[in-house]
Every structure is written in C-alpha cells, then in structure tokens.
Design a protein around this ligand. Structure first.
Ligand code: TXA
Ligand code: MG
Length: 315
C-alpha cells in the first residue's frame, strides 16, 4: 500500500525520487497542467490496483493513461486520421478515447475491461520528464479521494490523503480543471467530459462539430457519476446574491459582499484555474453553505458549470 513512512520522510521529492517510486511499482502524485494526477506504472497490475485502493475508486471506472509523446500513445491505441488530427492538441488538456491495440502491454484494470483506452500527453514539463524517466506510460486519475474535489496544488493532495501519498510538487496547476475527454468513433467526435480545452476551440481546429454525449449514450465516460467533486459545504448555483448564512463565490464584478471571486474581471480561464482552489479554501473554513454566482456557458464555462453542477448534486 501507500502508507510508507520512509517516503514521506523523503519529501520534498525530486523528480528522480518520483521516477524511482513509480518504477518500483508504487503510486506517486505528480503535477499536470490541469490537476494533480495520482500516478502508477500503467503496465503494472499491482501498481494500478494501488491507485484504485488509494482513491477508493470503483473498479468499473477506467483511468487515463499519460504518455510522453504521440509515439508512445500510438503503441497503445489505434489512431484514425481524425484521431491523429485531434492529437495536434498534445501536449495539452485533451484526452482521446480510442480503440486499444492488442498487445499494448497495459494492465487490464487500467481500462476497466473496456476495449478502448483514454490517452493524453500532458502539457507540463515535470509530467513529461517523469514519464520519460520512468520509460512507461503512467495511469493517473485526479489525485483526490474518489468523489471529492480535484487538487490543483501539492498541499491539497497531501491533505486529501492525510499525508499518505508522496507528491512531486510542481506548484499550482495552470488550467485548474481536468482535461476535455473526446471519443472518436468513425467520423464522429463526441465530447464525454467538458474540460480545460473548450469544445468550440476543438471544433474550429478540425473543421467539424464536436457533439456532446447524451446522458444515456452508449459511449460514455463511466466516471461521470452525477455527484462528484463534492465539498463538505452545500452549494447553491446561479445565485444572483447571497442569502443569510451563505458564503458568496462571485464571478466578475459584483456589488455583493463576496467571500471569494472566481475572476473579478470575468475571465473564464482565470475562473477555471481558481475553481477547485477556491472551493477547497471556502470548504476548509467550515462554512455550511456556499452560493455561487452564475457563470456563462461559453468556452471554458461549459467545464466550470459541469464541475459546479456535480459539486452541488444531492448525495
Ligand atoms: O486532466 C485530467 O484528465 C486529469 C489529469 C490527472 O490528467 N485526470 C483525470 O482523471 O481527470 P479521472 O480519473 O479523474 O477522470 C478520468 C475520466 C473518468 O470519467 C473515466 O471514466 C474516463 O476518464 N475514461 C477513462 N478511460 C475511458 C474509456 N476508455 N472510455 C470512456 N471513458 C474513459
Ligand atoms: Mg477525477
């Protein structure tokens, strides 16, 4: 398991320490441009199992496999010409769900037995160096206990797992929300999860529409459980103003007393970057209710609203 006191004693971890742990079949959290990932060697079944155990993650929910480059990804999955076109966003916050290649060497539990695999090349120098140093693809879900807020700092990872998980600290994550997940089936591009790369940006680049997966779609990201990203506080969304007893999370210029503001200037990139951190921070004050200002649905607003909706879902 992960509760190795020797590891914690060695913090702060160097990149070489992290690579050594991962090569030895241990889990280790590392930074990406989106959120911190809880990594393990994707070819080692016991290591991958330790990810599920550490997170308390249901076994039917497959993991994203992180590659150093397109060449590593092409050894794992089949890329159609359209998939290759989408891979132009790599390194970047885009996960492609593609047919798994026979003999790719991945542990079965990475894909939860599916015949597809979610792949991405993260746009973070430490993540890329780490994968290269390990020399193997890294399976990594977000580095939070299952169902809780995703971490965008090393400190949030440490707190989330009570210090039991070694963390390679790369400072705060630049994007702040998880990658956009796309399934490529034939000539169709379907978004399974809104994320740090806006759907409009992708559609424009490839010159074709990116549709949103229906709620009951056959291709779906099994991880899209409705209640997710749950803070301890209850959330009330699209709140024009706070009510008594609520901490107000504003967006853009506001005349109300706000506990925090996702982006005082109303910038969606800034709001995405701040989202989980501010929810973590407000939650740790022990406030019981958080009212969140409306956030527009354009661009990254799609991912922000998705995460807020899940954080507010009944549980
Ligand atoms: O930005 C991110 O994507 C972060 C960083 C660490 O890379 N990772 C992340 O992983 O958000 P996780 O496990 O929290 O979310 C992965 C999602 C889940 O909803 C899972 O169901 C979906 O990806 N997924 C993985 N493989 C899939 C597959 N073969 N088919 C459909 N969905 C898949
Ligand atoms: Mg997650």
């Amino acid at each position: 398991m992960t509760g190795n006191p020797k590891l914690t004693a060695r913090e702060p971890l160097t990149l070489a320490d992290a690579a050594e742990l991962l090569r030895a079949g241990k889990v280790c959290a590392f930074p990406t441009e989106t959120v911190y990932g809880l990594g393990a060697d994707a070819t080692d079944p016991d290591a991958v199992l330790a990810i599920y155990e550490t997170k308390g993650r249901p076994r039917f929910n497959p993991l994203i496999v992180h590659c150093a480059d397109l060449a590593m990804a092409e050894r794992i999955a089949q890329f159609s010409p359209l998939a290759r076109e989408l891979a132009r966003f790599w390194p970047g916050p885009l996960t492609l769900v593609l047919p798994l290649k026979a003999g790719a060497g991945l542990s079965d539990i990475v894909t939860a037995g599916l015949d597809t695999v979610g792949l991405r090349v993260p746009d973070h120098p430490l993540a890329l160096e780490l994968i290269a140093a390990v020399g193997r693809p890294l399976a990594a879900p977000s580095a939070n206990p299952s169902g809780r807020l995703s971490p965008t700092t090393a400190e949030q990872v440490r707190r989330g797992f009570g210090g039991r998980v070694p963390v390679l600290d790369g400072g705060p994550c630049r994007a702040g929300v998880e990658s956009t997940i796309l399934a490529v089936a034939g000539n169709e591009v379907v978004q399974l999860r809104a994320g740090a790369l806006a759907r409009e940006t992708i559609a424009e680049a490839i010159g074709r529409p990116v549709t949103v997966a229906a709620h009951d779609a056959k291709v779906a990201a099994p991880g899209m459980l409705t209640s997710h990203y749950a803070p301890n506080a209850r959330l009330r969304l699209d709140a024009g103003e706070p009510e008594a007893g609520e901490a107000y999370l504003a967006f853009g210029p506001t005349g109300h007393a706000a506990a925090a503001n996702l982006s005082p200037s109303g910038d969606l990139h800034e709001a995405a970057r701040n989202l989980f951190s501010l929810l973590h921070a407000l939650d740790s004050t022990g406030v019981a209710r958080i009212a969140v200002a409306p956030v527009p649905m354009t661009g990254l607003g799609e991912a922000i609203n998705d995460r807020l909706k899940r954080a507010a879902a009944p549980r």
